[in-house]
Design a protein around this ligand. Structure first.
Ligand SMILES: Nc1nc2c(ncn2[C@@H]2O[C@H](COP(=O)(O)OP(=O)(O)O)[C@@H](O)[C@H]2O)c(=O)[nH]1
Ligand SMILES: [Mg+2]
Ligand SMILES: [Zn+2]
Length: 218
């Protein structure tokens, strides 16, 4: 007899969702477009934030909330150097961001100066997708060196997102990555998913990503 466990988990998630709904309403009211950026460690989340902040800061100032499992605020500092207004969240070892952490971080940002908010989630392909944060779109970065089997291994992550960015395409000549196989897996889980293939290193493909963001904010 252990029927208590499932209701408890559901209660925690629904409490989280009501905080997320309040954040979403707050951001909508301020006219801020917001992204929950998820990926494995090293896929290029901070690199994409840097590129995006540098390209859009003149027209659409970028705010960044970065969740990491420790005190080290390297990513928030990187995005700040690229022109974003940033806040670092130390999750205290937790492997995902929760809505209350984001709400508290937003209180530290000058939201009236921001048009685009990017929330860099903790590097992890498993649980972040279960936690609503209040962002308008969820974005997953897949990077070439991670391998072409990831949609098959992490179906929940791939099926739950609104946008996919395939990063590090400059490495395609050096890695056994079957783009067809990868894309077939994605298409099965999330038909018609908006997808960008980019290199944050060379800049290839990023204009389409910036155009998509601008059109969402128009
Ligand atoms: N070759 C290549 N390296 C990249 C690219 N984007 C990011 N990197 C490198 O990948 C590493 C991890 O990037 P980072 O943005 O910190 O990833 P995060 O952990 O997801 O935030 C860094 O050494 C980046 O320079 C890319 O498009 N091509
Ligand atoms: Mg990072
Ligand atoms: Zn977690």
């Amino acid at each position: 007899m252990n029927p208590v466990r499932i209701p408890v988990v559901e209660k925690v998630l629904s409490a989280n969702d009501s905080v997320a709904a309040a954040t979403r309403a707050q951001l909508d009211a301020l006219g801020i477009f917001s992204l929950n950026l998820m990926a494995s460690p090293g896929a290029g989340k901070t690199s994409l934030v840097e590129r995006t902040a540098a390209a859009l800061k003149g027209s659409h100032p970028v705010g960044m909330v970065n969740g990491d499992t420790s005190e080290a605020a390297f990513d928030a500092e990187r995005s700040q150097r690229a022109g974003a207004l940033s806040v670092h969240i130390n999750t205290g070892g937790k492997c995902h961001l929760e809505a209350a952490m984001v709400r508290d971080a937003l209180a530290l940002l000058p939201l009236d100066q921001i048009r685009l908010l990017i929330i860099e989630n903790v590097g992890n392909l498993v649980c972040p997708s279960a936690w609503q944060l209040g962002a308008q779109r969820s974005v997953l970065i897949a990077s070439i060196p991670e391998g072409d089997d990831k949609p098959y291994k992490y179906p929940k992550m791939y099926s739950g997102v609104d946008v996919l960015v395939i990063n590090k395409i400059d490495l395609l000549p050096y890695v056994d990555f079957r783009m067809d196989y990868f894309r077939r897996g994605v298409e099965t889980l999330n038909p018609g998913l908006v997808t960008f293939a980019v290199s944050c290193r060379t800049g290839e493909g990023l204009d389409a990503w910036f155009d998509w963001l601008r059109s969402r904010m128009a």
